[in-house]
Design a binder for this molecule. Sequence first.
Ligand SMILES: Cc1cc2nc3c(=O)[nH]c(=O)nc-3n(C[C@H](O)[C@H](O)[C@H](O)COP(=O)(O)OP(=O)(O)OC[C@H]3O[C@@H](n4cnc5c(N)ncnc54)[C@H](O)[C@@H]3O)c2cc1C
Length: 396
Amino acid sequence: MSTLFPRSTDYNIQISEEHEAFRKVVREFAEKELAPLTAKIDRDNEMDMELVKKAGALGLFGVPFPEEYGGSNGDDLSLVLATEELARFSAAFSAVIGANYLVSVPLFLFGTPEQKTRFLVPIARGEKLGAHAMTEPGTGSDVAGISTTATKEGKNYVVNGKKMFITNGDKADTYLIFARTSAPEEGKRHRGVTAFIVEKGAPGLKVGQRINTIGLRGDQPVELIFENLEIPEENVVGELGRGVNVALSTYDHGRVGVAAQGTGLAQAALEAALNYSTQRQTFGEYLLTYQQVQFKIAEMAAAVQTARLLTYWAAALTKKGKDFIKASSIAKIAATEAAETNAHKAMLIMGANGVSAEMQVERILRDSQVIKTYEGTNDIQRLTIMKEIAKEMGVV
Ligand SMILES: Cc1cc2nc3c(=O)[nH]c(=O)nc-3n(C[C@H](O)[C@H](O)[C@H](O)COP(=O)(O)OP(=O)(O)OC[C@H]3O[C@@H](n4cnc5c(N)ncnc54)[C@H](O)[C@@H]3O)c2cc1C
């Protein structure tokens, strides 16, 4: 029994000139267009949807998909590079875009050719927005525990239930929703959940209250209510009763994107602390001359590099399609916790300005709490890592 890595080449992260050219384009967009809006998005708690449209025109909604599906022929690595650049200025902005992948990725992986043409292509082109509706008032981590039901009536399913914390739920054109089509099977409680795709305006699909959370202001999630919502049978995504598989495969791909958000936020906190400590003087000396500040900044730089390398590595493994589940859980924990600790250290370095809303470091700390929570809390990631280790050791 061993958890030794099988091949050192598994640590290769191949970043091409195309990746770098794409990252530069996104950095320019973020620095020119997003940075001036960062504070406003957070303060007003409203997203700038015009800028979201511009990001769509730049191809940011279809990064890893082939051109035939409206994508830009990139890969998971290109997507994390882009996400990091956006989250450096606004994790909320990157979340509006990221949530679309929770609809487009399952359509790409499990959708029929018709579903791909009808629903995936407009999202990948940035013409339509998607929302992924799994979480309910009674369950989040335990996706098999959902109680929304879908009952077959003729050629339709009739859906009843309520979803909570749905990102883009109030803005979306296309919804991927999960409901129970049958009771859990004996010893297989994940069976009997089915994924459906449905469009805005369908009778019985209602947007409920907005839920104010500590961070990602500008992209607050909402409730969704289904009251006899009729969905045609051809809108089942993947196999009937195998929706948990659709969801978990989606999260396996998605959590590296959350790691990229963490890396971007951790980087932003480092930059804020460095800028401040080279401008602020106390007792006639710049803050950066004090060893206590230098140590904090060195630790912040180390945390950023660790987060970045793990995130790029997990994305590279995702591209290869091997062993990426454990890697992306590790990256998600490291990067989201780097965002939190870096924000906290920057606050300490920056004194009162660190805790004022003006300097945006407190926003980074607030945003870090949300990214530690969604797409599987960090403790759920720890469980995933242990499950994968157990598999490698052949003990399950
Ligand atoms: C801003 C925001 C946006 C979101 N967007 C979406 C979205 O678009 N779509 C969507 O479907 N959901 C969304 N969510 C929901 C999110 O994915 C869930 O909140 C998350 O999965 C955790 O579920 P929960 O809140 O129900 O916590 P619970 O599952 O109730 O867990 C509570 C606590 O118990 C711990 N815990 C649970 N089970 C175990 C266990 N077996 N072992 C050890 N610890 C455990 C958890 O780690 C956590 O600390 C969003 C949430 C937020 C905050």
